[in-house]
Design a protein around this ligand. Structure first.
Ligand SMILES: NC(=O)c1ccc[n+]([C@@H]2O[C@H](COP(=O)([O-])OP(=O)(O)OC[C@H]3O[C@@H](n4cnc5c(N)ncnc54)[C@H](OP(=O)(O)O)[C@@H]3O)[C@@H](O)[C@H]2O)c1
Length: 255
């Protein structure tokens, strides 16, 4: 039995990942945005639930402190994510563009604050194909659209995953597109269910197949895909990590 943390596991693909891991006898700490959602998870039988709003740096730090007081994790799955509605550029109480904060910066902060596990899985998206990391405008102050913010944030999350892979050679750090999955994010038009969306993340989190025990790689349906070269560029990764450190006040620790 191994210990797993799955962020954003109150709903959608994260709930599917947690359920699959639990069905294999693993210990899973689930994560909910607030106490009401955590209470629903506990009432449904979840043994251990952590609460944290990833749109708040203080709440994300408190969540990391709460988790650090527990036994360390073998695997952390960064699954939580948010797709903004079209309209106004959303800004959090920290003054940060919300999509970037929830999808990329919070994953950076949790990676930096939690003890290193042996595997890190980052649930990204094939939208990174059309994403761009603009180091001078990470938060899309110019020309914000829902799609550019979402794709850019998932690309930034992927570059953070690959930066972690370079920094922590003993840790398997990979990113994955889960597929187009029926959840509250994608709606009923999506063709696949959450079990299909959980398949590759769970495989990366658990399998000893040689194909799954690589690092710094992007997967879809258990196959390696290469969707955006910017994610693989060490200079972009390092500059992004520096920006995230400046925004959070927390450096990514040395190996
Ligand atoms: N569905 C797809 O077709 C698809 C495709 C590509 C990539 N993805 C990625 O897959 C991951 C899971 O998405 P999903 O489709 O399962 O979406 P979902 O059903 O909306 O679930 C997202 C999860 O993230 C949590 N979350 C969002 N904002 C949060 C915040 N501020 N603080 C804490 N938790 C927060 C949600 O909590 P609440 O329930 O409280 O909102 C929920 O548990 C995301 O990273 C997404 O980008 C999904």
């Amino acid at each position: 039995m191994s210990r797993f943390l799955v962020t954003g596991s109150s709903d959608g693909i994260g709930a599917g990942i947690a359920a699959e891991l639990e069905s294999r006898g693993h210990a899973v700490v689930r994560h909910a945005r607030d106490e009401a959602k955590a209470a629903r998870l506990r009432a449904a039988g979840a043994d251990d639930v952590v609460v944290g709003d990833l749109a708040s740096l203080a709440s994300t730090r408190a969540m990391a402190a709460d988790l650090s007081a527990r036994p360390p994790f073998d695997v952390v799955v960064h699954n939580a994510g948010w797709l903004p509605p079209e309209g106004e550029r959303p800004v959090t109480g920290d003054g940060l563009e919300r999509t970037f904060q929830v999808n990329a910066l919070s994953a950076y902060l949790l990676t930096a604050l939690l003890p290193l596990p042996s595997r890190l899985v980052y649930v990204s998206s094939n939208s990174i194909r059309r994403g761009r990391i603009d180091l001078d405008d990470l938060q899309h102050e110019a020309n914000w659209t829902s799609d550019s913010a979402y794709a850019g944030s998932k690309l930034a999350m992927t570059a953070i995953a690959f930066a972690a892979a370079r920094r922590y050679p003993a840790v398997l750090c990979n990113a994955v597109h889960p597929g187009w999955i029926r959840t509250k994010m994608s709606g009923d038009v999506a063709p696949l269910d959450v079990a299909a969306g959980a398949d590759t993340p769970v495989w990366l989190a658990t399998s000893d197949d040689p194909e799954a025990t690589v690092t710094g790689t992007f997967f879809h349906e258990r196959r390696v895909v290469r969707l955006n070269e910017q994610a693989y560029d060490p200079a972009t990764q390092d500059a992004l990590v520096e920006r995230c450190a400046a925004l959070t006040g927390v450096a990514l620790p040395a190996a």
